[in-house]
Design a protein around this ligand. Sequence first.
Ligand code: MN
Length: 297
Amino acid sequence: MTQGPTLESYAARTTEVGGLGIVRALPARGRRMVGPWCFLDRYGPLNFTSEKAMDVAPHPHMGLQTVSWLLDGEIVHNDSLGCEALVQPGQLNLMTAGKGIAHSEETPKGNSGRLNGVQLWVALPEEHQHTDPLFDHYALLPEVELPAGKVTIIAGDMLGQHSPARIFSGIIGAEISIRGDDKIAIPLSRDFEHAFFVLDGDVAFCAEPLQQAMLHYIGNGHDEAELRANEDSRVLLIGGEAFERPVLMWWNFVGRTHDELAQGREDWEQHRRFGEVNAYRGPRTTAPEMLSMFLSS
Ligand code: MN
């Protein structure tokens, strides 16, 4: 090898969702998607006492899947299909919005007083974007113990293990734990583009430190990635087949045309299509004005 892989690093930005401060790594300026992954929010770690740390009132989604993955604490999901699901570390809440669903996400009563996790969105390919909405909870995901750490396969296949998560296009999502002063080699699919996001710790990829609160994109064409940790660390790997056509994103929607996103907004405001989250106590979210849109590339 004459030259190491090129690392493109994109700064995450801080924002707020339902009163909770978050770091948003996708979409980033200059990098809208990694494979089908189109959204990455990081929240915590935080400790709280009496207040609900997370209280995201009912809001709609379409054209995507939401992936809730915790490092600590717990969240309860309720949706307009009537599904209620508590998610805890090591478990996956996967909501396939398809043609439309509404959900809320809250810190449950009787919580640990801690919250630390990520929420990601996966854009559905065009042929599945209008699929019926579904909710899946996976209590157990495949884990592979390695001499230097552990890999949990959240979505897709890796190290001979297959995640049961319901997916609609070529994808990989994995949490990689690496012991301090050790290194781990992760096999990658050459056809997939990939990116790393450091959850905690101090990690380098091919001797390049991976700064926190940044998305580190390595593109495609790699068979393997070597990650070296200077202390106990956790890294999120996301990747997949790049979309041939860009998707449009606006608010909580993924679509292909401005009109279908505008129709989604109208349907939510008119109480059509998405249904109501009857389990949530309190008002639902009002759609923002439609001023601008992200064009993914
Ligand atoms: Mn949501």
